[in-house]
Design a binder for this molecule. Structure first.
Ligand SMILES: Nc1ncnc2c1ncn2[C@@H]1O[C@H](COP(=O)(O)OP(=O)(O)OP(=O)(O)O)[C@@H](O)[C@H]1O
Ligand SMILES: [Mg+2]
Length: 162
């Protein structure tokens, strides 16, 4: 179980996915997670771990819902809503997201996780509390144990806000 606030350094995409699984296991049955970080920081990678750990999808089946904005994964009584707000900019576009439904609590006995890439764009429209997860690329020198060429260190910081 992850204790919050938490800060970790992952040294590969797989390590970020694994931390996402652990994160899912550390959340209450109803939670909103904001994934914050530059293009290519690893938000979708973390989402793969969240979806697998939440028990609603295999990690290879998780990709950004770029054109639909929201992707719903459901298994049994467990739901994950994956939002990617990269292309959402205007107030009108935010209105089309149906945020009341997105943030509606789960039915009794069900579990619902809402995880939002570029979630900081919803500032002022978020229900408290949210788990803010920030992913930052570190210089390669920060992790001499790096193995593959695709591997880079990431600093991930998670804290409840609101
Ligand atoms: N430690 C690491 N953790 C996560 N990803 C890593 C790491 N090291 C290298 N990578 C690479 O960084 C990229 C992260 O891509 P990903 O799609 O998860 O980013 P993103 O934050 O979702 O970007 P976007 O803003 O475009 O949605 C992948 O190509 C992955 O292989
Ligand atoms: Mg992404």
């Amino acid at each position: 179980m992850i204790q919050f606030p938490a800060v970790v350094t992952t040294v590969s995409p797989a390590a970020t996915v694994a931390w996402g699984r652990e994160l899912a296991a550390s959340l209450p049955a109803s939670a909103v997670v904001l994934l914050i970080g530059e293009l290519g920081a690893g938000k979708t990678m973390l989402m793969k771990g969240l979806a697998a750990g939440w028990g609603v999808a295999d990690e290879e089946d998780v990709a950004s819902p770029t054109y639909t904005l929201i992707h719903e994964y459901r298994r049994g009584a467990r739901t994950l809503l994956h939002l990617d707000l990269y292309r959402v900019a205007t107030a009108q576009q935010f209105d089309t997201l149906g945020l009341d439904d997105v943030f509606a609590p789960p039915a009794p006995g069900e579990a619902k996780l809402v995880a939002i890439e570029w979630g900081e764009r919803l500032a002022g429209r978020l229900p408290p509390p949210c788990l803010r997860v920030e992913i930052q690329a570190l210089p390669r020198a920060a992790a001499p144990e790096l193995a593959l060429r695709d591997d880079e260190p990431r600093r991930i910081a998670a804290a409840w806000v609101g």
